[in-house]
Design a protein around this ligand. Sequence first.
Ligand code: HEM
Length: 419
Amino acid sequence: MPLFRWILDITEGKDIICIRLGGMHVVIINSPDLGLQFLRKHDAIFASWLLLMSSGHLGWGFLSIGVDPWGERWKKMRKVVASELVSPSRLRWQSSARDEEADHVVKYVCRADCWCSLIFALYAPDFMPSLRWLDVGGHEKMMEEAMSLICKFHDPIIEERMQRWRGTGKETEVGGKRREVNDLLDVLITLEDNEGRPLLTAEEIKAQISELSFASVDNPSNVAEWGLAELLNQPMLLRKAMNELDRVVGKDRLVQESDIPQLPYIKACAREVLRLHLVSPFNLPHEPIEDTTVAGYFIPKGSRLLLSRVGLGRNPKVWNDPLRFDPDRHMTDGPLEVDLPEPKLRFISFSTGRRSCMGAPLGSAMTVMLLARLLQAFDWSLVPGGSNIDLLEEKDSLLMAKPLRVYARPRLSLLEKLY
Ligand code: HEM
């Protein structure tokens, strides 16, 4: 049985439990109230991550934010991303590029590969380092292969761009005018410190670009895949979503980010997928930097803290009929209140505290847009002869066991003109 399934089994029904894995205390949380105590009240003590095998590969030796344990480099990178990549003005600046990407999605209805299951998978040697040489399940080899594929794709683009901005005979001028910063990669390359030197090294840029790609691809595609499957299995809900899109957007144009506030039911569908179908069973392991006591529980320095995304999102003490896909459960506070973040930690979408997601507004917009565009632009149906879609998960991850296979028939006449 995979390690994560074993942990989910033994922790089911318990608010908090401590197990010993190798020589380590691993504390697992299934209760929103306790989660908030750890990640809000005692946030400063739990803001460091455990150094994971997957994070080392992904972050070029822990150079990017999401995998950097804690310290000066994490602060520098977090400041750069907050002020230069995901600030409200940057989000506005990039909105037409995102619309263009959303058009591509409609054009190439496709399935993105899910790398997240590798990054977030529980890898036994992270808790028992003496076992690392065994590479249980070939996990490290797969991570190396995944990273080498990504580098093959990203590196030439990043290096060519760096050469342009930083190389000898820099082409920072075109036709006598200063070259314009066109995208987020240009932004990262051109940042300077107080003395006018490049703020980020090539490795830091590569690590951060890989991390942002991971962060922004897997969650939205996971929501779209599970969302379509759940909605197709419950045609009444699908009709409700389509009615909202037709009423708010109509059939003469494609849905845009500016429509999102008027699409509470689509947001509720996305939120329900984030509650029920997660890209990973746990969040990244937090590591307390000193001995501490939380809600009466003594937690020694060096323990690992795991918030169970499954234990929270599918918790029967928190959610009625938790395994049922029911977007309406998120509509009870009124349509204006529906949003993807869950600050009360009744499930984990963007988490909370110092290590919470930096891209919540961007991630929300991308996720809702992807689902809304796929729903609006196509009539979806089961393959002929198919009954309900099988919602089984893979044994080794929470991804859909069988890739979703459904028919998409364009439903907007404007698509014929566009494509
Ligand atoms: C629907 C989309 C997204 C979801 C559901 C999501 C979720 C999360 C979660 C749960 C964490 C905390 C990790 C943990 O506790 O294990 C996180 C961290 C992070 N996310 Fe996101 N994310 C999304 C999109 C994005 C986007 C678009 C960006 C940036 C452009 C981003 C940047 C980050 C960064 C940098 C961190 C690490 C923060 C730190 O360690 O200090 N995310 N995300």
